[in-house]
Each structure stands twice: as C-alpha cells, then as structure tokens.
Design a protein. Structure first.
Length: 121
C-alpha cells in the first residue's frame, strides 16, 4: 500500500512579504498620522505589478482596504450632522484595524490573503 503525501510547497522567497508588511505598518500609523495611508497605497500600487501571486493578493487587499475605507469615511462624514456618522466612523476604524491586523498576521506566516477582493475581512 502506497502512502499519499501532501504536495511539497515551495517556501516563499526571502523578503517577498517585506513590502506588504511595510504597507500594513503604514496603515497602522495612519490612524495617528493620516498621510501614511497614502504612502502605503502608493507602495501597494507600485509593487503589485512585479509581485508574486501571494504578495499580489496582499497588495490587492491593501488597495481595496484604502479605497473602501475612504468611501466609508466619506459616508461617515456626510452623516455626522445627524449623529449617525460618529457611529459609522467608529465602525470604519474597527473595520480598518481588523483588515490590517488580519493581513499583517498573514504576512508573518508568509501566506496570501484568501479572498483579497472581499469587502469584509
């Protein structure tokens, strides 16, 4: 009886996830200094074309996190006069943090984002 072995996977090249980690760190810092999110977005756009499939999944996730977060922030700002915007703004920050933490943890394990085009987490 022959044994079935799981397929051998190639380890990620050294440094493959360094730039995605940098973008996540810039996103974390953006909660205190907003401009760093734009720097992270620029890095993600510049690196996505030359990245491996695994790293590209992080860049896509990061780019979508920025634009969806900006949309949520805009809706929050529009609804602040009626009071709902404060709650939406708080929820947007929580959503942003969850996505950034999830992505950062995946880079630490050298894993791709399973569904980088999701709106949730």
């Amino acid at each position: 009886m022959s044994e079935t072995r799981p397929p051998v996977t190639q380890p990620a090249p050294a440094g493959e996830f360094d730039a995605p980690k940098l973008v996540y760190i810039l996103y974390f810092v953006s909660l205190a200094v907003g401009i760093t999110a734009i720097a992270g977005l620029i890095v993600a756009y510049l690196k996505r074309g030359e990245a491996s499939k695994d790293a590209a999944s992080h860049y896509t996730f990061q780019i979508r996190t920025f634009w969806i977060g900006l949309l949520f922030a805009f809706v929050s700002a529009l609804t602040m006069p009626i009071g709902v915007g404060f709650i939406l703004g708080f929820l947007t920050v929580i959503w942003f943090l969850i996505r950034a933490i999830k992505g950062f943890m995946l880079t630490l394990d050298n894993k791709p984002v399973p569904d980088p085009e999701t709106w949730l987490w």
